[in-house]
Design a protein around this ligand. Structure first.
Ligand code: AMP
Length: 281
């Protein structure tokens, strides 16, 4: 496994890869867990060369404390990537990535301003800036993203389409702990007790969406989920929404034979957790 730090080195390495080889790319912020590794495994299976980036992108952190406290564990990351048969790890530094690069502007049709975007202003512009830059450097055929960050996935698909990039953006399902808690680098900051209560987030979503019926008002379901989560020690919901899978438009009344996403963000004391499930009505 080759480790590359510099932007000029990744450009050189990319140029040296034979034209007929397929390249899979997995962008990450490190502190890797089995959710990330599932993306890497899929890339290794579907491509000749897998490139993983590890870069904690300051531009996408609207909260300074979150950036400072973001878990970092490079030795363990490299160990996991080596075992997963990743070919190249790209670990650039901030100055190199943003040297002579102001970011990438594109019309995201407002989907960067709702839900996560409302509570994390500037977050998605930061994501677009860095992913566009990484795509340009790595020039992958396929890029792998987790459905855990469902809105991010929709935004990256839109950006790729707007920019006419010849990259297939591939969605990978959420990997969970046995308890049901969605794996996340930020989970490392939870105590054992907080991890146990946080598993209630997924369970509560499932519990209140078991018998959904057409014409049901989503606000009633949202209210039940919110009450149950907010009545749990440490937990406080930030938002809960039902939305359309593709457009992300909010859904107020459930319609027969449609697919919807239930997405939420919950604070567990100072740690912000997000999760979502897919539902067919
Ligand atoms: P991050 O390092 O948090 O920026 O995540 C890097 C990639 O891994 C993103 O595409 C995430 O959506 C994905 N990812 C993170 N956690 C999970 C998970 N539990 N299951 C599936 N994908 C995940």
């Amino acid at each position: 496994m080759q480790i590359i730090i510099g932007v000029s080195e990744i450009i050189k390495a990319r140029k040296s890869i034979k034209q007929n080889l397929k390249i899979g790319f997995v962008p990450t912020m490190g502190a890797l867990h089995q959710g990330h590794i599932a993306l890497v495994n899929r890339s290794v299976k579907e491509n000749d060369i897998t490139i993983v980036s590890i870069f904690v992108n300051p531009k996408q952190f609207n909260d300074k404390a979150d950036l400072i406290n973001y878990p970092r564990n490079i030795e363990n990351d490299l160990d996991l990537l080596e075992k997963a048969k990743c070919n190249i790890v790209f670990m650039p530094d901030n100055e190199d990535i943003y040297n002579n690069y102001q970011g990438y502007q594109t019309d995201l049709k407002g989907i960067d301003k709702i839900y996560e975007g409302e509570f994390r202003p500037g977050h998605f512009q930061g994501v677009v800036d860095v992913v566009y830059r990484l795509f340009d450097l790595v020039k992958p055929h396929k890029a792998y993203f987790g459905e855990k960050d469902f809105q991010q996935l929709a935004i990256i698909k839109l950006m790729t389409k707007n920019a006419n990039l010849p990259i297939e953006v591939i969605a990978c399902e959420i990997v969970r702990e046995k308890s049901g808690l969605a794996m996340s680098s930020r989970n490392e900051r939870l105590s054992d007790e907080q991890k146990t209560v946080s598993a209630k987030i997924y369970k509560t979503m499932l519990k209140h969406t078991k018998n959904l019926k057409p014409n049901q008002k989503t606000q009633e379901i949202i209210q039940k989920i919110k009450e149950e989560i907010d009545n749990t020690a440490f937990l406080k919901t930030e938002y809960i929404v039902f939305c359309e899978q593709e457009s992300l438009k909010p859904v107020y009344t459930l319609a027969k034979n449609t697919d919807v996403k239930l997405c939420l963000a919950v604070w567990c004391e100072k740690i912000r957790l997000i999760d979502n499930i897919s539902l067919h009505i």
